[in-house]
Design a binder for this molecule. Structure first.
Ligand code: ZN
Length: 131
């Protein structure tokens, strides 16, 4: 799976966004180390707090299907480059400290980062190993 394919899947996933309140649509495509891709979209609720981001939707789908290590995630939102929120960055960190995060403007315009760049000096599972 190359990055261009992952970007296209994130753009496609955005079409399924359920964002009737914010109108801010986001799609994501998560590449597992197995090679399988899990897509996600943001899902909002009238009571707001159960709202989930596209990235966490994809990660939840993957983990619920037994995949816990990820190569990369592509994210496409309604702003020029929509970066993952802090909560999503921490959720990514739980499973794959070294994954790539690709923020997508269009099919041919995107930026690649590492999670380490977006969440430096992070707290993760290994911090609890000696407790
Ligand atoms: Zn988020």
């Amino acid at each position: 799976m190359d990055i261009n394919e992952l970007v296209k899947k994130a753009i496609e996933a955005k079409k399924l966004s359920y964002a009737p309140y914010s109108k801010f649509k986001v799609g994501s495509a998560l590449l597992g180390k197995s090679g399988k891709v899990y897509t996600g979209c943001n899902i909002e609720y009238a009571s707001y707090s159960p709202t989930i981001c596209a990235e966490r939707t994809a990660i939840s789908k993957a983990v619920s299907e037994g995949e816990r290590e990820f190569e990369a995630i592509a994210v496409c939102g309604d702003s020029e480059y929509s970066y993952p929120c802090g909560v999503c960055r921490q959720v990514m960190r739980e499973f794959s400290k070294d994954m790539k995060v690709i923020v997508v403007k269009s099919e041919n315009e995107y930026k690649e980062h590492t999670l380490e760049e977006l969440l430096p000096y992070s707290f993760g599972p290994e911090d609890l190993q000696n407790v």
